[in-house]
Design a protein around this ligand. Structure first.
Ligand code: CO
Length: 159
């Protein structure tokens, strides 16, 4: 496992839409292990492949301490409720703001072998899943609030 560089706000790569994973081979396993190592090193709870510069639809989330969920090619199939809570991002250092997210989410995804599974989550993990899926579509949490947009524009208007 090796720690990779995190792509930061202001880098146009973060705004690109990631492509589906089609090759479930060794390179995907290496990518997932590196994402996990990078997240551990930087102290995050979730990471999308785009954050290490790889435009593929792959996510790793620490669902419990030391327990990681790998999510490939996710689709949200159901959401319920709304909850507002503070959010941050490894790609946006030292900024946090409140974001409204579904209280409950159900996704359909694939694992690293390409096998399909469903996963349900609520509250904090549901928030993480929505945040990471946004990354796959070039969306950042700072896009949702005025406070976030003001912060974002300091970086993105320069480019
Ligand atoms: Co993020």
């Amino acid at each position: 496992m090796s720690v990779r560089n995190i792509v930061k706000i202001g880098n146009a790569t973060l705004r690109k839409k990631s492509k589906p994973v089609v090759d479930f081979g060794e390179s995907l396993s290496t990518l997932l292990e590196d994402m996990k190592a990078t997240m551990q090193e930087k102290g995050g709870v979730g990471i999308a492949a785009v954050q290490v510069g790889v435009l593929r639809r792959a996510i790793v989330i620490e669902v419990e301490e030391g327990e990681y969920l790998e999510i490939i090619n996710p689709e949200i199939v159901k959401t319920r409720g709304k909850v507002t809570d503070s959010e941050g991002c490894l790609s946006i250092p030292d900024f946090y703001c409140d974001v409204e997210r579904p209280k409950y989410v159900k996704i359909k995804a694939q694992d690293r072998n390409g096998d399909e599974f469903y996963f349900e989550a609520k509250d904090y993990i549901a928030r993480c899943i929505c945040h990471e899926i946004d990354h796959l579509n070039g969306v950042l949490f700072v896009d949702y609030t005025e406070e976030g947009q003001i912060y974002r524009d300091r970086f993105e208007r320069l480019n």
